[in-house]
Design a protein around this ligand. Structure first.
Ligand SMILES: [Mn+2]
Length: 305
């Protein structure tokens, strides 16, 4: 089986890569962000590259209507899209798209949905359940809200420490030795250093947080490009007067986090061209918007050189 996988770049997306690499020998991976996936698939399909693969798998990310229609026309039975973001539910009408936010087993994530799929295909027998659960707890934030599972958080930290490629190699090594991941001394040392770094970063961001109104909401805003989920959550917990926290990274877009139950960030992010979950969502910053920001910053440049 020659497999092509398009997957998200966070721990959940990378978890899908790891399960796919464990299940199949011959795998080509393309990492995707919500604002690149449609172009990537459009290129892939128009070049006819799909013909050399026995299956195209798309995980933890979804596509727009135009690409969905193209997939439906050209790939059909050769494609499966697995996502757990509520905003992807409109793809449900296609038989190759499985969008499941919550099942009888609880909140799902991309990796747990892929596990189900691989089980149905007969290429997974429960070997890596511990790993899948660590990923699921992190992605659904249950590591914090239900389990206080430090290993789950550490797994995510290791991804940002090592970067995708090295992280995948290490995890594959671990999982081939034992189904329960046991971090080694160098992992633990790096994790400790990262924790200290985060503390410093957090206090910095907390002191530079400012508030603004977004519609009828009061939002706490920071510019941040690191520790985004953790920082967003901790800032939301610490700044209870804000309905939610907005984390802006001009390169990668906007992230929204809240700990409140009466705000739906998925809906708010959708207004700005993004999507996500009730308590965690994201939206892109378009090139047009970036240009306007630059114009604003340099608007006083009415001098001549
Ligand atoms: Mn996910």
């Amino acid at each position: 089986m020659h497999i092509k996988l398009f997957t998200h770049t966070d721990l959940d997306g990378v978890g899908c890569e790891i399960l796919t690499r464990l299940a199949f020998k011959d795998v080509d991976i393309e990492h995707s962000e919500p604002d690149t996936i449609n172009d990537q698939l459009s290129r892939f399909l128009s070049k006819g590259n799909h013909q050399s693969y026995s299956k195209i798998i798309i995980t933890d990310i979804s596509v727009n209507d135009e690409i969905a229609a193209k997939i439906n026309k050209t790939l059909k039975g050769n494609c499966i899209l697995l996502d757990h973001h509520k905003t992807a539910e409109k793809l449900q009408k296609y038989p190759w798209a499985k969008i499941i936010v919550r099942s009888e087993e609880g909140l799902e994530c991309g990796t747990s949905l892929l596990r189900k799929h691989l089980k149905e295909e007969g290429v997974y027998r429960g070997e890596y359940d511990d790993f899948v659960e660590l990923v699921r707890r992190y992605d659904t934030w249950e590591w914090k809200s239900l389990f206080n599972d430090k290993r789950s958080k550490q797994l995510n930290d290791l991804l940002s420490i090592y970067g995708i490629e090295e992280f995948v190699t290490r995890m594959l090594d671990y999982l081939k030795q034992s189904p329960i991941i046991d971090f080694d001394d160098s992992d633990l040392l790096l994790l400790k250093r990262k924790e200290e770094e985060y503390k410093h970063y957090y206090s910095n961001k907390q002191s530079s947080l400012f508030t603004t109104c977004i519609g009828s909401y009061k939002a706490g805003v920071v510019f941040a490009d690191r520790f985004v989920s953790e920082l967003g959550n901790d800032l939301a917990e610490a700044n209870t007067k804000c309905d939610f926290i907005v984390l802006i990274n001009l390169d990668r877009g906007i992230e929204y986090r809240t700990v409140r139950g009466d705000v739906n960030l998925g809906q708010i992010a959708e207004i700005f061209g993004g999507g996500g979950h009730q308590k965690a969502a994201g939206s892109p910053i378009s090139l047009e918007e970036k240009k306007r920001i630059l114009e604003l910053i340099f608007s006083k440049a009415n001098f001549e050189n």
